[in-house]
Design a protein around this ligand. Structure first.
Ligand SMILES: [Zn+2]
Ligand SMILES: [Zn+2]
Length: 106
C-alpha cells in the first residue's frame, strides 16, 4: 500500500509523489530527484518475488533509473526525513508544500 501526495512549489512546479520511502505490492520505491531532467519521481529500488503479501518474498535491490530520461547517475534521494525535512523543489530549490493526499495505491 502506498499513499500518493500532491506537492506544489511557489515557482509553479507541482507533482505527485509518495513522500519518501514507500512500497506497493511487489516493489519498494524511494522519492528521488533527477538532476538531468529536474523532476521528482518515485523510483523503484527493490523488487520482490510474487508471493502472497503475508509472506513477502525476498527482495532484490535494483539500480534506480529515472523513468523520464532512463539514466540513474543524476538521481538523489529527496530530503523527506530527519530533522530537516526540506523537500526541495527540483526546479528552483525552494521548499515544496504538501497540499493533499491523492490516492491509496494497492
Ligand atoms: Zn531524469
Ligand atoms: Zn520551485
Amino acid at each position: 500500500m502506498a499513499i500518493l501526495y500532491k506537492f506544489t512549489c511557489s515557482c509553479g512546479y507541482q507533482t505527485n509523489a509518495c513522500d519518501g520511502k514507500d512500497g506497493c505490492f511487489f516493489v519498494d520505491t524511494l522519492t528521488m530527484t533527477c538532476g538531468r531532467c529536474k523532476e521528482l519521481h518515485d523510483v523503484t529500488v527493490r523488487t520482490y518475488e510474487r508471493t502472497p503479501l503475508e509472506t513477502r518474498g525476498k527482495g532484490t535491490d535494483v539500480a534506480p533509473i529515472c523513468p523520464s530520461c532512463g539514466s540513474g547517475d543524476q538521481l538523489t534521494r529527496w530530503k523527506t526525513e530527519g530533522w530537516f525535512r526540506v523537500r526541495p523543489c527540483p526546479k528552483c530549490g525552494k521548499r515544496m508544500s504538501k497540499v493533499g493526499m491523492l490516492a491509496l495505491i494497492d
